[in-house]
Write a protein that binds this ligand. Structure first.
Ligand SMILES: C[S@@+](CC[C@H](N)C(=O)[O-])C[C@H]1O[C@@H](n2cnc3c(N)ncnc32)[C@H](O)[C@@H]1O
Length: 232
């Protein structure tokens, strides 16, 4: 598999349609399901992300990154839970959900009454998933493609980031981005289960939740998730 994966557009929501399966057992694909810690939101989640990735790669004839957008990550669930329980954090404001994956955090912000919500990711399949999931939850989310991490989040008044400190390279770009957003006045909230590259010194815990068996299968051991605010 050495062809480059096709660049999807935000109108490519139907690209995932063949993978959406009915709500019965025995199908490998994307199933519309309540998010365990955020039952207000339903997402198209992978039955088995490895099988799903293989099927997508077979479809396009190219290697693809892991379908992170087909799981609701523990950190994203934490920050989504927080904005739904503290709606004043986003209500009436412009919100950016960076590294949005499935769109979970963006959708939660929209449900919580944000004036405008943008969801950004670099994975074209995530953009399709965000559009699919926003539609399933009957909320408006603007999908933003491309890498925004060199900027400062533009005019977003609140920047939300779920589970973005999972690798050194991601953390090294994400933290300066979040600092620039905070420096121009945005409120920055991060959801995280305590990943290896979480920059504790830059963050203050605003909420802590005990959880069990939420998120991706490889995170089955996670028992605590945090919402943290960037210190200004
Ligand atoms: C662990 S997932 C978290 C997804 C979602 N926030 C959640 O909590 O469920 C990380 C996401 O970061 C995205 N990502 C990686 N590098 C990125 C970048 N430079 N800009 C935007 N998104 C990025 C990946 O495509 C993936 O969807």
């Amino acid at each position: 598999m050495n062809r480059t994966a096709p660049a999807l557009t935000t109108d490519d929501r139907p690209v995932l349609d063949p993978f959406v399966v009915p709500d019965v057992a025995g199908h490998d694909g994307l199933r519309l399901a309540e998010v365990p810690f955020v039952p207000e939101v339903r997402l198209h989640l992978a039955e088995d992300a490895i099988v799903l990735r293989a099927r997508l790669e077979a479809q396009v004839g190219a290697a693809l990154p892991p379908p992170f957008w087909a799981d609701a990550w523990a950190g994203g669930q934490a920050v989504a839970r927080y904005v739904l329980d503290h709606r004043d954090v986003v209500a009436g404001l412009r919100v950016l959900d960076v590294a949005s994956g499935s769109g979970l955090v963006a959708i939660a912000a929209a449900v919580a009454g944000a004036a405008a919500v943008t969801a950004n990711d670099i994975d074209p399949y995530a953009l399709a998933a965000i559009a699919l999931n926003a539609h399933a939850n009957d909320v408006a989310v603007e999908v933003s493609r491309g890498d925004l991490l060199g900027g400062d989040g533009d005019d977003a008044q609140v920047v939300l980031a779920g589970d973005v400190f999972y690798s050194r390279s991601m953390a090294e770009r994400m933290l300066p981005f979040l600092h620039r957003a905070a420096a121009r006045g945005a409120r920055v909230l991060v959801g995280d289960p305590g990943r290896a590259y979480l920059p504790h010194d830059s963050l203050e815990v605003v909420a802590s939740y005990q959880v069990s068996m939420i998120g991706a299968p490889e995170d089955a051991q996670i028992r605590q998730v945090y919402v943290l605010e960037l210190r200004r």
